[in-house]
Design a protein around this ligand. Sequence first.
Ligand SMILES: [Zn+2]
Length: 157
Amino acid sequence: MREVCFIIAGEQILGIYVGSRLAIPDSRDRWQVIWKHRKKITEIAHTHPGGLLRFSETDLTTMEAVESGIGRRLAWSIVTSDGYLFQSGARIKVRLEDPWWLESLRELSFGSGPEMTNAERIATSSHVVNSAEPTPTCHGIVKRRRIHSSFSALRED
Ligand SMILES: [Zn+2]
């Protein structure tokens, strides 16, 4: 298990960040992706491998910082192995249907096998940017890997 974060714009996943069981490293790169796509990002989702189905203090601080940075509200999701929490416009909401990316996010985060197996499998068939530099995301500092995945086309514009 590992924490995984998706930056989503409608039908596209703009960025995938894979962390450790406890956290995803922060990165300048991640912030740059958010900033570059600030007008079209619809949602930022991440997993809690530990199963906590609520936004942590760190999450709330990060959400506030991101929204204030880009000047608008976003939708945010927390995904656990069997739970899903969605917040939009400062309110926790219930989604009647699972979003299209939910299964992929769970597979990456909770899929069986040794650490990084799923990410590496995807990495072999997609464009991957690796950086030794510690990077910004949801929580602490650990190993990081950014995948512009084969899940959906990444459109640089
Ligand atoms: Zn979190």
